[in-house]
Design a protein around this ligand. Structure first.
Ligand code: IMP
Ligand code: MG
Length: 332
Protein backbone atom coordinates (compact mmCIF):
# COMPACT_ATOMS: atom_id res chain seq x y z
CA UNK A 1 0.00 0.00 0.00
CA UNK A 2 1.08 3.55 -0.68
CA UNK A 3 -0.51 6.38 1.31
CA UNK A 4 -0.27 10.15 0.87
CA UNK A 5 -1.79 12.25 3.63
CA UNK A 6 -3.11 15.81 3.55
CA UNK A 7 -3.19 17.74 6.84
CA UNK A 8 -4.13 21.31 7.67
CA UNK A 9 -1.42 23.06 9.71
CA UNK A 10 -3.60 25.88 11.08
CA UNK A 11 -7.31 26.21 11.99
CA UNK A 12 -8.94 24.62 8.97
CA UNK A 13 -10.01 26.44 5.81
CA UNK A 14 -6.50 26.55 4.41
CA UNK A 15 -7.46 24.98 1.08
CA UNK A 16 -7.03 21.25 1.67
CA UNK A 17 -9.82 20.58 -0.82
CA UNK A 18 -7.84 22.33 -3.50
CA UNK A 19 -4.67 20.34 -2.74
CA UNK A 20 -6.66 17.08 -2.69
CA UNK A 21 -8.19 17.95 -6.04
CA UNK A 22 -4.78 18.82 -7.50
CA UNK A 23 -3.16 15.58 -6.29
CA UNK A 24 -6.04 13.44 -7.55
CA UNK A 25 -5.75 15.04 -10.95
CA UNK A 26 -2.11 14.10 -11.34
CA UNK A 27 -1.97 10.91 -9.28
CA UNK A 28 -2.69 7.20 -9.64
CA UNK A 29 -4.81 6.86 -6.54
CA UNK A 30 -7.17 3.92 -6.19
CA UNK A 31 -8.85 5.31 -3.06
CA UNK A 32 -9.54 8.68 -1.44
CA UNK A 33 -10.37 8.51 2.27
CA UNK A 34 -11.75 11.21 4.60
CA UNK A 35 -10.12 10.38 7.91
CA UNK A 36 -11.71 12.61 10.56
CA UNK A 37 -14.59 14.93 11.38
CA UNK A 38 -18.16 15.11 10.14
CA UNK A 39 -20.35 17.66 8.37
CA UNK A 40 -18.71 20.43 10.43
CA UNK A 41 -16.18 20.49 7.59
CA UNK A 42 -16.78 22.46 4.44
CA UNK A 43 -14.47 21.73 1.52
CA UNK A 44 -14.71 24.16 -1.35
CA UNK A 45 -13.70 22.55 -4.61
CA UNK A 46 -13.60 23.99 -8.11
CA UNK A 47 -14.09 21.27 -10.67
CA UNK A 48 -14.21 22.01 -14.39
CA UNK A 49 -15.18 25.59 -13.69
CA UNK A 50 -17.96 24.74 -11.23
CA UNK A 51 -17.89 25.41 -7.51
CA UNK A 52 -18.83 22.56 -5.15
CA UNK A 53 -18.91 22.57 -1.34
CA UNK A 54 -18.67 19.11 0.18
CA UNK A 55 -19.01 18.25 3.86
CA UNK A 56 -18.75 14.48 4.09
CA UNK A 57 -17.85 13.08 0.72
CA UNK A 58 -14.17 12.82 -0.21
CA UNK A 59 -12.97 14.60 -3.34
CA UNK A 60 -12.14 11.29 -5.07
CA UNK A 61 -15.61 11.30 -6.67
CA UNK A 62 -14.62 14.20 -8.90
CA UNK A 63 -12.07 11.90 -10.57
CA UNK A 64 -13.91 8.59 -10.50
CA UNK A 65 -11.76 7.42 -7.56
CA UNK A 66 -13.39 5.25 -4.89
CA UNK A 67 -14.15 7.61 -2.01
CA UNK A 68 -14.46 6.29 1.52
CA UNK A 69 -15.67 7.99 4.67
CA UNK A 70 -13.27 6.36 7.12
CA UNK A 71 -13.83 4.99 10.62
CA UNK A 72 -12.32 8.15 12.12
CA UNK A 73 -15.34 10.12 10.84
CA UNK A 74 -18.88 10.71 12.05
CA UNK A 75 -21.71 10.86 9.50
CA UNK A 76 -25.13 12.46 9.36
CA UNK A 77 -27.43 10.50 7.07
CA UNK A 78 -29.50 13.39 5.79
CA UNK A 79 -26.42 15.44 4.97
CA UNK A 80 -24.80 12.43 3.31
CA UNK A 81 -27.76 11.77 1.01
CA UNK A 82 -28.27 15.49 0.28
CA UNK A 83 -24.67 15.76 -0.74
CA UNK A 84 -24.84 12.83 -3.14
CA UNK A 85 -27.90 14.47 -4.74
CA UNK A 86 -26.14 17.81 -5.07
CA UNK A 87 -23.08 16.22 -6.64
CA UNK A 88 -25.17 14.25 -9.10
CA UNK A 89 -27.15 17.33 -10.01
CA UNK A 90 -23.83 19.04 -10.69
CA UNK A 91 -22.95 16.25 -13.14
CA UNK A 92 -20.64 14.21 -10.88
CA UNK A 93 -21.14 10.44 -11.15
CA UNK A 94 -21.36 8.96 -7.65
CA UNK A 95 -22.81 5.49 -8.27
CA UNK A 96 -20.64 2.75 -6.81
CA UNK A 97 -17.87 5.18 -5.85
CA UNK A 98 -18.94 6.36 -2.43
CA UNK A 99 -18.46 4.09 0.57
CA UNK A 100 -18.63 4.41 4.35
CA UNK A 101 -16.54 2.30 6.72
CA UNK A 102 -18.83 0.02 8.75
CA UNK A 103 -17.23 1.26 11.94
CA UNK A 104 -17.72 4.98 11.26
CA UNK A 105 -20.15 6.53 13.75
CA UNK A 106 -23.47 8.24 13.10
CA UNK A 107 -24.42 11.82 13.95
CA UNK A 108 -28.05 11.55 15.06
CA UNK A 109 -30.71 14.28 15.05
CA UNK A 110 -30.35 14.40 18.85
CA UNK A 111 -26.64 15.11 18.46
CA UNK A 112 -27.45 17.97 16.08
CA UNK A 113 -30.07 19.45 18.39
CA UNK A 114 -27.77 19.27 21.38
CA UNK A 115 -24.88 20.88 19.48
CA UNK A 116 -27.06 23.70 18.14
CA UNK A 117 -27.38 24.91 21.75
CA UNK A 118 -23.62 25.35 22.16
CA UNK A 119 -22.43 28.88 22.96
CA UNK A 120 -19.20 28.00 24.80
CA UNK A 121 -16.96 26.76 21.96
CA UNK A 122 -18.67 28.29 18.96
CA UNK A 123 -19.11 24.94 17.21
CA UNK A 124 -20.59 24.57 13.76
CA UNK A 125 -23.71 23.08 15.40
CA UNK A 126 -23.41 19.94 13.28
CA UNK A 127 -23.49 17.42 16.14
CA UNK A 128 -19.82 16.60 15.93
CA UNK A 129 -18.90 16.80 19.64
CA UNK A 130 -21.93 14.83 20.91
CA UNK A 131 -21.39 12.11 18.26
CA UNK A 132 -17.74 11.59 19.26
CA UNK A 133 -18.67 11.75 22.94
CA UNK A 134 -21.12 8.88 22.45
CA UNK A 135 -18.57 6.96 20.42
CA UNK A 136 -16.09 7.11 23.31
CA UNK A 137 -18.86 6.49 25.82
CA UNK A 138 -19.55 3.28 23.84
CA UNK A 139 -23.18 4.22 23.36
CA UNK A 140 -22.86 5.39 19.73
CA UNK A 141 -24.55 4.07 16.61
CA UNK A 142 -22.30 2.87 13.81
CA UNK A 143 -22.85 2.86 10.05
CA UNK A 144 -23.15 -0.92 10.10
CA UNK A 145 -26.23 -0.57 12.36
CA UNK A 146 -28.13 1.59 9.84
CA UNK A 147 -30.13 -0.33 7.18
CA UNK A 148 -30.35 2.72 4.83
CA UNK A 149 -26.58 2.59 4.50
CA UNK A 150 -26.34 -1.08 3.54
CA UNK A 151 -25.34 -0.45 -0.05
CA UNK A 152 -22.64 2.00 1.05
CA UNK A 153 -20.89 0.29 3.95
CA UNK A 154 -17.62 -1.59 3.56
CA UNK A 155 -15.04 -3.31 5.72
CA UNK A 156 -12.09 -0.97 5.29
CA UNK A 157 -9.61 -3.67 6.35
CA UNK A 158 -10.73 -5.94 3.52
CA UNK A 159 -10.80 -3.02 1.11
CA UNK A 160 -7.26 -1.85 1.84
CA UNK A 161 -5.41 -4.94 3.01
CA UNK A 162 -7.02 -7.79 1.06
CA UNK A 163 -7.45 -5.97 -2.21
CA UNK A 164 -6.35 -7.93 -5.28
CA UNK A 165 -4.86 -4.77 -6.78
CA UNK A 166 -2.07 -2.52 -5.55
CA UNK A 167 -3.70 0.10 -3.33
CA UNK A 168 -2.69 3.77 -3.50
CA UNK A 169 -4.57 5.95 -1.04
CA UNK A 170 -4.96 9.68 -0.70
CA UNK A 171 -6.12 10.62 2.81
CA UNK A 172 -7.85 13.94 3.20
CA UNK A 173 -8.41 15.48 6.61
CA UNK A 174 -10.89 17.96 7.99
CA UNK A 175 -10.30 20.96 10.29
CA UNK A 176 -6.67 21.56 11.31
CA UNK A 177 -3.84 21.31 13.81
CA UNK A 178 -5.00 24.34 15.85
CA UNK A 179 -8.40 22.65 16.25
CA UNK A 180 -7.04 19.17 17.03
CA UNK A 181 -8.51 17.58 20.16
CA UNK A 182 -5.01 16.92 21.61
CA UNK A 183 -2.79 19.60 20.07
CA UNK A 184 -5.19 22.47 19.50
CA UNK A 185 -6.07 25.32 21.84
CA UNK A 186 -8.31 23.25 24.17
CA UNK A 187 -11.25 23.65 24.80
CA UNK A 188 -11.58 25.71 21.59
CA UNK A 189 -11.06 22.61 19.48
CA UNK A 190 -13.03 20.06 17.52
CA UNK A 191 -13.58 16.53 18.84
CA UNK A 192 -11.41 14.53 16.44
CA UNK A 193 -7.78 13.95 15.49
CA UNK A 194 -6.70 16.33 12.73
CA UNK A 195 -3.11 15.04 12.46
CA UNK A 196 -1.30 12.36 10.47
CA UNK A 197 -1.83 10.09 13.49
CA UNK A 198 -5.58 10.62 13.00
CA UNK A 199 -5.21 9.47 9.40
CA UNK A 200 -3.34 6.31 10.43
CA UNK A 201 -6.20 5.38 12.77
CA UNK A 202 -8.22 4.56 9.65
CA UNK A 203 -6.31 1.33 9.04
CA UNK A 204 -3.20 2.81 7.41
CA UNK A 205 0.11 1.20 8.41
CA UNK A 206 2.82 3.85 9.10
CA UNK A 207 5.27 2.12 6.76
CA UNK A 208 2.96 2.82 3.81
CA UNK A 209 3.16 6.61 4.16
CA UNK A 210 4.94 8.24 1.21
CA UNK A 211 4.16 11.99 1.25
CA UNK A 212 2.58 14.22 3.86
CA UNK A 213 1.18 17.45 2.44
CA UNK A 214 0.80 20.18 5.07
CA UNK A 215 -1.57 22.92 3.99
CA UNK A 216 -1.40 26.44 5.42
CA UNK A 217 -2.52 29.91 4.42
CA UNK A 218 -0.53 33.15 3.98
CA UNK A 219 -2.44 34.44 7.04
CA UNK A 220 -4.46 32.64 9.72
CA UNK A 221 -8.20 32.44 10.14
CA UNK A 222 -10.28 30.94 12.95
CA UNK A 223 -14.02 30.58 13.50
CA UNK A 224 -15.33 30.02 17.00
CA UNK A 225 -15.96 31.56 20.41
CA UNK A 226 -12.48 32.72 21.46
CA UNK A 227 -10.95 36.10 20.64
CA UNK A 228 -8.46 35.58 17.88
CA UNK A 229 -8.29 38.67 15.72
CA UNK A 230 -6.27 41.61 17.12
CA UNK A 231 -8.53 44.58 17.81
CA UNK A 232 -8.27 47.98 16.10
CA UNK A 233 -6.23 46.78 13.16
CA UNK A 234 -8.06 47.36 9.97
CA UNK A 235 -5.74 45.14 7.97
CA UNK A 236 -7.44 42.00 9.30
CA UNK A 237 -10.88 43.20 8.22
CA UNK A 238 -9.40 43.90 4.81
CA UNK A 239 -7.90 40.42 4.67
CA UNK A 240 -11.30 38.92 5.49
CA UNK A 241 -12.92 40.95 2.75
CA UNK A 242 -10.35 40.34 0.03
CA UNK A 243 -9.85 36.68 1.03
CA UNK A 244 -13.63 36.10 1.27
CA UNK A 245 -13.12 34.58 4.71
CA UNK A 246 -16.57 33.37 5.65
CA UNK A 247 -17.31 29.82 6.83
CA UNK A 248 -18.15 27.31 4.09
CA UNK A 249 -20.48 25.46 6.48
CA UNK A 250 -22.06 28.21 8.59
CA UNK A 251 -21.29 31.43 6.68
CA UNK A 252 -19.79 32.96 9.85
CA UNK A 253 -17.09 35.62 9.38
CA UNK A 254 -13.66 34.15 10.11
CA UNK A 255 -11.38 36.03 12.52
CA UNK A 256 -8.03 36.82 10.90
CA UNK A 257 -4.43 37.25 12.11
CA UNK A 258 -0.90 36.95 10.77
CA UNK A 259 0.40 33.40 10.43
CA UNK A 260 2.02 32.14 13.62
CA UNK A 261 5.32 30.56 12.59
CA UNK A 262 5.63 28.65 15.87
CA UNK A 263 2.29 26.96 15.35
CA UNK A 264 3.35 26.13 11.81
CA UNK A 265 6.62 24.58 13.09
CA UNK A 266 4.84 22.49 15.71
CA UNK A 267 2.31 21.32 13.18
CA UNK A 268 4.96 20.53 10.57
CA UNK A 269 7.08 18.60 13.07
CA UNK A 270 4.30 16.62 14.71
CA UNK A 271 2.80 15.71 11.34
CA UNK A 272 6.18 14.98 9.76
CA UNK A 273 5.28 16.89 6.63
CA UNK A 274 7.30 16.37 3.46
CA UNK A 275 5.60 19.21 1.55
CA UNK A 276 3.99 22.49 2.57
CA UNK A 277 1.55 24.48 0.47
CA UNK A 278 1.00 28.09 1.54
CA UNK A 279 -2.26 29.14 -0.04
CA UNK A 280 -3.80 32.52 -0.71
CA UNK A 281 -0.56 34.41 -1.21
CA UNK A 282 -2.56 36.40 -3.78
CA UNK A 283 -4.61 38.00 -1.00
CA UNK A 284 -1.58 39.59 0.69
CA UNK A 285 -0.19 40.51 -2.71
CA UNK A 286 -3.38 42.35 -3.53
CA UNK A 287 -3.20 44.24 -0.23
CA UNK A 288 0.55 44.85 -0.51
CA UNK A 289 1.18 43.93 3.15
CA UNK A 290 3.19 40.99 4.45
CA UNK A 291 3.60 39.84 8.04
CA UNK A 292 4.16 36.81 10.26
CA UNK A 293 4.14 36.15 13.99
CA UNK A 294 7.60 34.85 14.88
CA UNK A 295 9.87 34.22 17.85
CA UNK A 296 9.12 32.65 21.20
CA UNK A 297 6.82 35.44 22.21
CA UNK A 298 3.54 35.17 20.39
CA UNK A 299 3.22 38.96 20.27
CA UNK A 300 6.42 39.52 18.33
CA UNK A 301 5.46 40.30 14.81
CA UNK A 302 7.73 40.56 11.85
CA UNK A 303 6.64 42.80 9.05
CA UNK A 304 8.18 42.36 5.67
CA UNK A 305 8.71 45.03 3.11
CA UNK A 306 8.20 42.67 0.21
CA UNK A 307 6.65 39.37 -0.62
CA UNK A 308 10.08 37.93 -1.52
CA UNK A 309 11.29 38.71 2.00
CA UNK A 310 8.39 36.80 3.54
CA UNK A 311 8.82 33.88 1.19
CA UNK A 312 12.57 33.72 1.90
CA UNK A 313 11.89 33.71 5.64
CA UNK A 314 9.43 30.82 5.33
CA UNK A 315 11.61 28.82 2.96
CA UNK A 316 14.62 29.24 5.29
CA UNK A 317 12.54 28.23 8.34
CA UNK A 318 11.42 25.02 6.62
CA UNK A 319 14.61 24.37 4.69
CA UNK A 320 14.24 20.57 4.73
CA UNK A 321 10.67 20.67 3.42
CA UNK A 322 9.41 21.22 -0.10
CA UNK A 323 7.50 24.54 0.23
CA UNK A 324 5.05 25.73 -2.46
CA UNK A 325 3.45 29.18 -2.51
CA UNK A 326 0.07 29.39 -4.19
CA UNK A 327 -1.46 32.49 -5.77
CA UNK A 328 -4.34 30.86 -7.52
CA UNK A 329 -7.65 30.29 -5.80
CA UNK A 330 -8.30 27.20 -7.91
CA UNK A 331 -5.02 25.38 -8.43
CA UNK A 332 -1.65 25.02 -6.70
P1 IMP B 1 -17.18 21.56 15.94
O1 IMP B 1 -16.15 20.79 15.20
O2 IMP B 1 -18.41 21.85 15.14
O3 IMP B 1 -17.47 20.95 17.28
O4 IMP B 1 -16.56 23.01 16.27
C1 IMP B 1 -15.43 23.17 17.10
C2 IMP B 1 -14.55 24.30 16.60
O5 IMP B 1 -13.96 23.92 15.36
C3 IMP B 1 -15.30 25.60 16.32
O6 IMP B 1 -14.42 26.67 16.61
C4 IMP B 1 -15.58 25.52 14.82
O7 IMP B 1 -15.76 26.78 14.23
C5 IMP B 1 -14.32 24.85 14.34
N1 IMP B 1 -14.48 24.09 13.10
C6 IMP B 1 -15.10 22.90 12.94
N2 IMP B 1 -15.04 22.50 11.66
C7 IMP B 1 -14.36 23.45 11.00
C8 IMP B 1 -13.94 23.58 9.63
O8 IMP B 1 -14.17 22.73 8.77
N3 IMP B 1 -13.25 24.72 9.34
C9 IMP B 1 -12.95 25.66 10.27
N4 IMP B 1 -13.30 25.58 11.55
C10 IMP B 1 -14.01 24.47 11.91
MG1 MG C 1 -13.40 24.46 5.42
Amino acid sequence: MIADIIVDLQYGDCGKGKVTHHLLEGGNYTHCIRYNGGCNAGHTIYHEGKKFVTHHIPAGVFYGVKSIIGPGCVVNLQQFFNEINELEQGGIVCAGLIKIAKNAHIITDEHMQEDEKDTRIGTTGRGNGPAYRDKYDRTGVRATDVPELDEYTIDIYEELHNNENQVEVLLEGAQGFGLDIDWGDYPFVTSSHCTVAGALLNGIPPKSVRHVWGVAKAYETYVGAKDFQPKDQDIFNLIRKVGKEYGATTGRPRQCNWTDVNLLKRAANINGVTHIVINKMDVLKQLGTWGLRCGNDDRIKVKFTSEEEMRDYITATFSDIDVHFSYNPETI
